[in-house]
Design a protein around this ligand. Structure first.
Ligand SMILES: [Zn+2]
Length: 240
């Protein structure tokens, strides 16, 4: 299956919604979660990235997230992010639904981005619902083990969805509506293992997949390309 076939499919099946996962950002040097060299091979997510861990020991969770936020802010968008933004500019992509918290789609120029697992852009107060920007949070972390809410003094929670938390309701509703209205969901860099996001492509009339390695929906995909996102999507742009 070639990039030319994907370019043809994109031209024919409109509207198209893109769904991205960690695999698109590995080409920006950001480790994924579940592979042998992924983040969860190093640390136990339930110790550093679950809502139980946050309630038990928020300082430990913030030690993990402080480093993670710094890593993500230092990363740059890659050809895959840029190609998706270009497809949106050309009217061939309606929106990007992403499981990534790294904000790289927005920084690459994508305008319609639905972050279904939250993002590192803010931290939030579970008591009064105040949310605070990352710059302020990192500044607080210079001198304190965990950032505090400026309104009520409660420890802030990272603005990402932790294990054991529900996904942000508004983002999930928007993502579902986009998928239902789509003629094509193009999955990029996700093995589609994390529900409920993994079920979104099934809401659309057709699914295409660009991912290294197998995914849970391979047998439902109209087209599947097992290759890196950057080179594949750049080739799609060239073929249009
Ligand atoms: Zn508060």
């Amino acid at each position: 299956m070639s990039a030319a076939s994907l370019a043809e499919l994109l031209s024919q099946r409109q509207p198209c919604v893109v769904l991205t996962g960690a695999g698109i950002s590995t080409e920006s040097g950001i480790p994924d979660f579940r592979s042998a060299t992924g983040i969860w091979a190093e640390v136990d997510p339930f110790e550093v990235a679950s809502i139980e861990a946050f309630r038990r020991d928020p300082e430990r969770v913030w030690r993990f997230y402080r480093r993670r936020i710094q890593t993500l802010l230092a990363a740059e968008p890659n050809d895959g992010h840029r190609a998706i933004a270009e497809l949106e500019r050309r009217g061939l992509v309606q929106a990007v639904v992403t499981q990534n918290i790294d904000t790289l789609h927005g920084r690459a120029g994508s305008r319609e981005v639905v972050e279904v697992h939250g993002s590192i852009r803010t931290a939030e107060c579970l008591r009064c619902l105040w949310s605070q920007g990352t710059d302020d949070v990192l500044a607080q972390l210079e001198g304190h083990p965990a950032p505090l809410c400026l309104h009520c003094g409660e420890v802030l929670k990272p603005g990402v969805t932790l294990f054991g938390e529900l996904l942000p309701a508004g983002a999930m509703e928007r993502a579902t509506a986009l998928a239902r209205g789509a003629a094509l969901v193009l999955v990029v860099g996700s093995s589609l293992e994390v529900w409920p996001v993994a079920g979104l492509p099934l809401e659309a009339r057709a699914v295409a997949i660009v991912n290294r390695g197998p995914t849970a929906l391979d047998d439902r995909a109209e087209l599947r390309i097992d290759a890196p996102a950057g080179e594949t999507l750049s080739a799609v742009i060239a073929a249009l």
